[in-house]
Design a protein around this ligand. Sequence first.
Ligand code: ARG
Length: 462
Amino acid sequence: GDVRLWGGRFADGPADALARLSASVHFDWRLAPYDIAGSRAHARVLNRAGLLTEDELTRMLAGLDRLAADVADGSFTGTIADEDVHTALERGLLERLGAELGGKLRAGRSRNDQVATLFRMYLRDHARIVGGLIAELQDALVGLAEAHPEVAMPGRTHLQHAQPVLFAHHVLAHVQALSRDAERLRQWDARTAVSPYGSGALAGSSLGLDPEAVAADLGFEGGSAGNSIDGTASRDFVAEFAFITAMAGINLSRLAEEIIIWNTKEFSFVTLHDAFSTGSSIMPQKKNPDIAELARGKSGRLIGNLTGLLATLKALPLAYNRDLQEDKEPVFDSCDQLEVLLPAFTGMVATLTVHRERMEELAPAGFSLATDIAEWLVRQGVPFRVAHDVAGACVKECESAGIELHQLTDEQFAAISEHLTPEVRSVLTVRGALASRDGRGGTAPSAVAVQLAEVKADLAVQ
Ligand code: ARG
């Protein structure tokens, strides 16, 4: 028989070309468990509105349980002729319960409010999965910081040596960014916990159904939609999810890029574990950071998912339009990509070998202690403008002599400025420079220890 939910006023079935264009079952099938949960909740409110007897409700719920089991074990699946997951599951229900009882479930609902509800449920579950995977990466990064509490490295701006920082401080900067991604997911979830079920096609239902009861049944803490048109037409929850996941991907890509650079021969700051690197089909010596490269590459794809979705939504009139069927694949893909990327990325981070001597050898190079000379002069009462010039003159002298700042002689210091007494040497060590930046958020070991404790406490409560 015709499985379409809308054949009544049509003399002809759909052309094959239309059926192929229209079908979404190959990608919206993943909503099937949520569709069945929605159907259970809907059956209960139909019963309470007097539209299903107790006996019918019992048989309906049993039929939905059988259908759910058959979906779970793969013995029932949708086909292209079903158009979408909602139609396929209605066919499955009719096959199990017969048209008399099975045909009663459609009353008072539309695929428009169904899909808007199921999509929220799916994304809320995956926000939790992605959030958990981000937390695991944060744990790995915290472990890396804790395992190297005293290691100094060159801190960079413009990718040039700037000032020495603690490696742990740098690693924790990435943890902080990921914390905001995780927080965004939690805040998004609270906003998305509103159920559109009961909005019908766009105008609500005349059947006395209780949308609040459905919302509670389906775990929507925020209740049901306050406006049925908005309930069926709004997709900002999808766009926001796409942004949050794209931003997480971008944050990953920034760490990925650093790991790729640190792993080069020239830097030699880290070595990747064999299990988390790949080889070359032609160059036997190669060991490549493919996980980090895929993270970098996939961040572009996540941005594409966001921008494609925004373009689909732009200028779309209310309420439901079929354009909205294009809303699912981009964010399903964003979930899929992050869920496969994050575990590999975490494994790469957790197994990273850090080359302390190399990082510390380079930490003072490139005159990265020049700021310390300037700030030392300020502590001697020299105005910063003068101090900056004097420290700059030290760098200039070193550059032409091919030496580092601490190699300047007392005579050279004195020739540059009367203020540069030999005591300036006290700040010309990496340890001294690090320890002096002990204010909140600074790179001193004491300040980084405070930060680490705060970060760990935060991760523990999430
Ligand atoms: N499959 C559609 C979607 O994903 C839902 C069905 C609504 N279709 C319709 N013709 N009103 O958006």
